[in-house]
Write a protein that binds this ligand. Structure first.
Ligand code: N01
Length: 554
């Protein structure tokens, strides 16, 4: 049952990815009038856009999936340990069908602005029609074929930003880009019809997770592959494989325990965290532990000991072990050295999970170029120039990352009481619990900055925030409250807590997108809460039980 007919909607949700979909389901179930806007033509968020060859999740799919509905988790079968993008998008579509979500989602609609009206205590939501082509530059279904809610304004009591952490691509501008006569593709909005790279000469700029997966997937089919690497990355093997019926049945039987363990863990998925510092162990014990973790594969590698992210020498032991694996996999020792990260602590930049990445450089037609010493200078009509050398290629792939964590929020023109959110966050995000920002009442963020978000299994963080927001709005309705705001002093403390926790670790030492270091001019602030998912959940539940400490209601 709805509470308020003076607005178009009780709640507007921005984004129809995994966060927005679940938020819609929960709020609708609780009787709120809800509308979701998304610029894409379909649900799925990041898994809608990132269709590049080899795109695949880096957290096991039996963990990277919704836990909120027992029937859903029992009926869905993951084919592989780490599902590929088409399967994850199919899962998102299945969820949308199963819970009849699409009827409350306006696709092809971009939220341009949000303005808070203190008199009416409502948000005005400004939207515009978004052709898929015009949103992120990706081709897709033409806008006129799709019902949308663009070019209009709407009012809502609450707005939930479910805009994702890695959804605004960073597009470096190289001189001469317009001169390039070949095909230019971004991994972040890969053409929906695919790109045939068979027998073509391809350049890839960027060697983060997207670049590494793309390079591995396309190497064999290209005639020549020129990779421009500015910073090498640590990559842990995925050991991806098809799941057997027995494995799937065992997971389904144990889902309750698996989900509980995920929620009780630091990363939001079971990583079998070590309980002692590396310094307590002999070299043989350390090697045995790292061998076992390497054989298991995945991001749990860095959780072997408790001091990996606080003690530079312990971190270096894990880093050197990972470099040794590169040397074992790459035939040319000089290439192996160029592929070996040395300029930042392991895991202070997001580690990658790979399937045969380093071996690609043993192929004679794959060439690695050091873009730190020989940067890409310009594009030309026939390719690009780097370090004074011209490279002729048919296709250039940009795998150059995202304006992470804040980009998708600050690109919306959000104002309240004469204050703009983008201005407020000019020197870094300021939030209370990553859920609200002072001065912007009734505006909630799912996996916002200063919450664990990207340092965790996103599905666990999403479900926690969505459930918390649903509880908050339901409680407010029961108590006849219509306005909630973060207290400025609570926000100041939370920002300090975040800085203190990150500062006590090695995390800020990497020039990472966690720090905003990949975006020219962006303030360098460590943006996610680095104290672990379980700690964060405990803190939020504690403040909530303490009469919603840090929030002000009216
Ligand atoms: O982006 P990135 P991504 N000239 O920022 C380089 C998630 N994800 O899309 O490191 C030359 O990591 C840049 O160099 P540097 C995951 O959380 C997950 O790959 O800044 N190079 C870097 O090498 C991941 O961490 C999955 O020196 C330039 C690359 O481009 C996050 O998304 C898959 C440049 C960007 O790497 C982002 O990953 C994909 C320039 N001007 C993504 N500008 C999985 O689940 C940038 N670079 C597996």
């Amino acid at each position: 049952m709805s509470t308020d007919c003076s607005t178009d909607y009780d709640v507007v949700i921005v984004g129809a990815g995994f966060a927005g979909m679940y938020q819609l389901h929960r709020l609708r179930e609780a009787g709120f009038r809800v509308r979701v806007f998304d610029a894409a033509t379909e649900v799925g968020g990041t898994w809608y856009w990132n269709r590049y060859p080899g795109a695949r999740v880096d957290i096991e799919s039996t963990h990277y999936s919704y836990s909120f509905d027992e029937e859903l988790q029992q009926e869905w079968d993951w084919s592989e340990r780490y599902a590929a993008q088409p399967e994850i998008l199919a899962y998102a579509r299945h969820v949308a069908d199963r819970f009849d979500l699409r009827r409350d989602i306006a696709f092809s609609t971009r939220v341009e602005g949000l303005d808070w009206d203190e008199t009416t205590q409502t948000w005005t939501v400004r939207t515009s029609p978004a052709t898929a082509q015009g949103v992120q530059g990706a081709p897709g279904a033409p806008a006129e074929e799709i019902p949308h809610g663009g070019g209009q304004t709407w009012t809502a009591r609450f707005v939930v930003l479910a805009t994702g952490c890695l959804s605004v691509p960073q597009r470096p501008q190289f001189p001469g880009m317009e001169d390039f006569a070949g095909e230019l593709c971004y991994t972040s909005d890969w053409p929906h019809d695919g790109v045939d790279l068979t027998g073509r000469r391809v350049a890839v700029i960027g060697t983060g997770s997207s670049g590494i997966q793309t390079i591995t997937a396309i190497a064999e089919q290209t005639a020549a592959l020129e990779v421009f690497q500015r910073t090498p990355n640590f990559a842990i093997p995925a050991h991806n494989r098809t799941l057997t019926d027995e494995e799937r049945a065992a997971v389904k039987r144990d889902y309750a325990q698996i989900r509980a363990a995920d929620r009780a863990s630091g990363l939001g998925f079971a990583t079998y965290d070590g309980t002692t510092p590396l310094t307590d162990h002999s070299a043989e014990e350390v090697e045995r532990e790292l061998d076992a973790r390497w054989a298991r594969g995945g991001l749990g590698y860095s959780r072997a000991f408790t001091d990996v992210m606080t003690n530079a020498e312990s971190n270096e032991v894990l880093a050197e072990y990972a470099r040794e694996q590169i040397r074992a996999r790459v035939d040319d020792p000089e290439l192996a050295e160029l592929l070996s990260p040395r300029s930042y602590p392991l895991a202070s930049k997001r580690m990658c999970v790979d399937t045969g990445y380093f071996e690609v450089y043993n192929l004679p037609h794959v060439h690695l170029h050091d873009a730190s010493t020989h940067p890409v200078e310009r594009f030309t009509e026939t390719g690009l120039r780097a370090g004074g050398e011209d490279f002729e290629v048919d296709v250039i792939v940009l795998a150059t990352g995202f304006d992470a964590m804040t980009g998708a929020i600050t690109q919306i023109d959000i104002t309240a009481g004469g204050l703009s959110l983008a201005q407020k966050w000019e020197h870094g995000p300021r939030t209370y619990l990553g859920l609200m920002t002072a001065g912007f009442p009734n505006l909630l963020t799912v996996t916002g900055p200063q919450s664990p978000s990207v340092l965790t299994n996103m599905l666990v963080s999403i479900e926690f925030h969505v459930d918390w927001i649903t509880r908050l709005l339901t409680t407010m309705r029961e108590r006849g409250l219509t306005r909630v705001e973060a207290r400025p002093e609570a926000e100041d403390d939370w920002v300090q807590v975040n800085n203190d926790i990150a500062g006590a670790s090695l995390m800020p030492q990497g020039a990472s997108w966690y720090m905003g270091a990949n975006i020219p001019g962006k303030e360098r602030v460590f943006m996610p809460f680095a104290g672990g998912s379980h700690t964060y959940i405990g803190l939020v539940e504690g403040f909530t039980a303490a009469n919603h400490h840090g929030f002000r209601f009216a």
